[in-house]
Design a protein around this ligand. Sequence first.
Ligand code: M6R
Length: 366
Amino acid sequence: EKGGFDHFMLKEIYEQPRSIKDCMRGRIYPEEGKVQLGGIKEFAEKLKNIDRIIIVACGTSWHAGLVGEYLIEEYARIPVEVEYASEFRYRNPIITEKDVVIAISQSGETADTMAAIEMAKERGATIFGICNVAGASIPRLTHAGVYTHAGPEIGVASTKAFTAQVTVLTLMAFYMAQQKGTITTSKLIELLTELDHIPEKIQVALESNDLVKEVAEKIKDSTNCLFLGRGSGFPVALEGALKLKEISYIHAEGYPAAEMKHGPIALIDEEMPVVFIATQNSSYEKVISNIQEVKARKGKVIAIVTQGDTEVKKMADYCIEIPDAKEAFLPLLATIPLQLLSYHIAVMRGCNVDQPRNLAKSVTVE
Ligand code: M6R
């Protein structure tokens, strides 16, 4: 049932070119520059006039929400807040009938996310769900929603569900932009044409596996690890850190790269591996100076870079290449080597990759 792979997690990592394709099927029309989301179609008019979106989720789904925030604000120009469901539900938040709440959950059974939905619903908000498990509790609680269609995810560490959530949020951002008129058809044609080819680029990103394994070998005995990124690379860093701590039990933290100098820099010495999302996008130059700061303190730099990069290669101890893509799609690609990295480290440390200690696939208690 593991399809020839040693673990479900690895199988699910390798399924991503297909799962993302499934997630987009029937929803994007690159030639026409059109996105169709049947699940939220009846709210198409409402989307033209919403003042604010609140995203609620936990864990990895919350990280997907942070990527969604970048995309929705960038393309649809709607302000977005991303909240941990557990904090949101107990904070007496300000919610009005004009708000749209998007709840993200792989399992559709997470107790805190369900409670957040119920509260927002009582206060009159419109609730959309982004779920993987059809017919689960969350899709039944929401007014409308979009399934991720990633297929069953068995590994406790979420991988293909995360990239499918990010894909749905990308589609939602484009859909809302289309409804609001904040994007031109020609721009949408350009974006959707590239999005359509992202599964192939993910396939290429997976080819870094052997190199990632070598890097894993070098850092597997570390006790700490930092993950740094900027822009939408920041949630990718958070997700890389969560994956590593969850399955390898190495203490890891994700930070926005520019925050390093406000504290975490004190941790850096020759024992500290620092993983950078250093792809060629709008924050490239800034990330390069952050890498220099780490190197000056003898930290070990592992960088996720754009294919053909030469600048970062001069500084980093290890570079892992991913295919070039528009900034909007970088989280989908940069996540892949980080999933592989945590997987190999966990295997090398003899950890139970698919069922890490103290964790369950869905957290149905608050
Ligand atoms: O099923 P959900 O997406 O609601 O689950 C939320 C978190 O419990 C989940 O993402 C958790 O953080 C994963 N184990 C991360 O890999």
